[in-house]
Design a protein. Structure first.
Length: 314
């Protein structure tokens, strides 16, 4: 072997940070040691892996080709180093980026279940909108993501986790709150508070109104779901969010879902990961745990329906 895992790790860190000095801090190495290791690696491969632009380093054609392969080798090395405890324990570090809905309603139970079953598996979490999750995956900043809606990037694998749908909502004091049906003209005249462009929620909403409403009045745009809900709850606005995000407030009477029969806003939450990331036992473990969690949730719902039916027949 003409190159080492250490050189691969240096290459990956520089690719991630786009800076030798930042990569040195990440690896707890001196800047000169990182520069030397990278230079030796390029000499061994006889290919330029980066394009130098001042202090910034961007991947060359060869660097982009090499990076997913280097990632897989480093992941395999980490799995070997961490090992399997008594041949049953999954161990290692795994980064998971998720949209807000998944982060709030799916991840707490999933992480708790994984922590209980696989205490040596460390999952780091970051909340981003769908567009940013996909971009972070493509930039090798995370191992897997959970996004809203459909992804059409050919470089990404997608596996559906759960179905959901978006709803239009307002507060109980809004003039539309008691309407049996809200028509397109009313929706066009209303003031809206919406998620930011780039979020899966906004993409589905924009798709639903396309061809139906020409000029919707977007009053405010927020990345934060709690802020958006609070704005609608305390003002004369309409909002649009996944049902999971407003279910509690609707049940408590703080918000009201408006009937909008002309809107089709079904969507799903899905796991996504790079196609070229290869096999990953940690990813497989999390996917299996998520599937088990969804099955258990459906079983609980079915049991609750049966109990309600039995009570109604007494």
């Amino acid at each position: 072997m003409k190159f080492s895992l250490k050189q691969l790790a240096v290459f990956d860190a520089v690719a991630n940070q786009e800076s030798v000095s930042a990569a040195a801090r990440q690896l707890s190495m001196t800047q000169s040691a990182v520069s030397m290791s990278l230079s030796q690696f390029e000499n061994v491969l006889d290919r330029p892996l980066f394009i130098r632009q001042g202090n910034r380093l961007t991947l060359s054609h060869w660097g982009r080709w090499l990076r997913p392969k280097a990632k897989r080798l480093l992941q395999d090395a980490e799995h070997i180093q961490m090992g399997l405890h008594d041949q049953r324990m999954i161990s290692g570090n795994f980064s998971l980026y998720a949209s807000q809905t998944a982060a709030e309603h799916i991840l707490p139970k999933l992480i708790s279940q994984v922590d209980s079953d696989f205490p040596e598996l460390r999952i780091s979490i970051k909340v981003e909108n769908t567009e940013h999750v996909i971009q972070c995956l493509l930039n090798h900043q995370c191992d897997m993501g959970i996004v809203e809606g459909r992804n059409d990037d050919s470089r990404i694998n997608q596996k559906k986790l759960i179905d959901d749908h978006l709803v239009v909502f307002t507060n109980p004091h809004h003039p539309f709150a008691n309407s049996e049906s809200v028509n397109l003209a009313q929706l066009e005249q209303a003031n809206w508070v919406l998620r930011e462009v780039g979020s899966g929620t906004r993409r589905i909403f924009d798709g639903a109104i396309h061809g139906l409403i020409d000029n919707i009045k977007v009053w405010k745009v927020y990345e934060s779901v709690p802020v958006l809900k609070s704005m609608v709850e305390n003002g004369f606005y309409l909002g649009c969010l996944p049902y999971l995000d407003v279910a509690k407030e609707v049940e408590n009477g703080q918000l009201v879902i408006l009937p909008t029969p002309e809107f089709d806003m079904k969507r799903s939450l899905s796991f996504v990961w790079r196609k070229d990331s290869g096999d990953n036992p940690l990813r497989d473990c999390i996917l299996a745990e998520a599937r088990r969690l969804m099955i258990n949730n459906e079983r609980v719902k079915d049991e609750a329906k049966v109990n309600l039916l039995q009570l109604s027949q007494k």
